[in-house]
Design a protein around this ligand. Structure first.
Ligand code: 13P
Length: 248
């Protein structure tokens, strides 16, 4: 059986003092949590996450990486650097990176490959905009985003990756996909992978992300193809994040 994974995506939030309070709050309540738990923090705080979380049940990771291994890429951070700070995970292809920083499907696939080459587990985000959903092309968009990575890395690469379905219209908006809407896309993703490799499809963790909160988490997480969550806003509050973890 797949073990659920709940990961916090802190985005560009936090400070040394705020992170200390948040991490100690989450550590204090992690005992009763059954699911896998991770936090993806801003680059400058990776050392803090490592120092605070090493030896605990909580893994940590980053929110982005360079597709390049090293070189003259001012301002970029490589997969090996993330590995140096003990990262287990790195988010790849978040919709904010795609929309605000121009990351194409091809660049996302390169970043996915770079993460795996360094031994990191990529959390690959896919999802449609409201316009795309209303235009009836959700599956086409999500399928295209997924296929770009499969074309570059092969379906077997998904055995060492996590997927996150994040409908763009549900991110930070307070509008959650209904459990039925989310389940339908999760099932579509798993079926597409199953068409290529049934074993990989069965083991693939597909998280849901988009305004997941303590109040809606258990209904979402009880869907057969929803294997965890990628949590934005609610991951900045220890009690809310723990409540979502306990719902898994
Ligand atoms: P919110 O939980 O704030 O909607 O963000 C979701 C998200 O983008 C996680 O990556």
């Amino acid at each position: 059986m797949r073990r659920k994974l709940v990961a916090g995506n802190w985005k560009m939030h936090g400070s040394l003092a705020e992170n200390e309070a948040l991490l100690s709050g989450v550590l204090a309540g992690i005992g009763e949590v059954k699911v896998g738990v991770a936090v993806c923090v801003p680059f400058p705080y990776l050392a803090q996450a490592q120092a605070r979380l090493a030896g605990s049940k909580i893994a940590w990771g980053a929110q982005n990486l360079s597709q390049h291994a090293k070189g003259a890429f001012t301002g970029e951070v490589s997969a090996a650097m993330l590995k140096d700070f003990g990262c287990a995970y790195v988010i790849v292809g978040h919709s904010e990176r795609r929309a605000l920083f121009g990351e194409s499907d091809a660049v996302v696939a390169e970043k996915f490959a770079a993460a795996q080459a360094a031994g990191l587990t990529p959390i690959l985000c896919v999802g449609e905009t409201l316009e795309e959903r209303e235009g009836g092309i959700t599956e086409q968009v999500v399928g295209r985003q997924l296929d770009a990575v499969i074309a570059k890395c092969g379906v077997s690469a998904l055995a060492k990756a996590v997927l996150a379905y994040e409908p763009v219209w549900a991110i930070g908006t307070g509008k959650t996909a209904t459990p039925e809407q989310a389940q339908a896309v999760h099932a579509f993703i798993r079926a597409r992978v199953r068409g290529l490799d049934a074993g990989v499809a069965k083991g693939l963790i597909i998280q849901y992300g988009g305004s997941m909160k303590p109040g809606n988490a258990s209904e979402l997480l009880s869907q057969p193809d929803i294997d965890g969550g990628l949590i934005g806003g609610a991951a900045l509050n220890a009690e809310e994040f723990l409540a979502i973890c306990r719902a898994g």
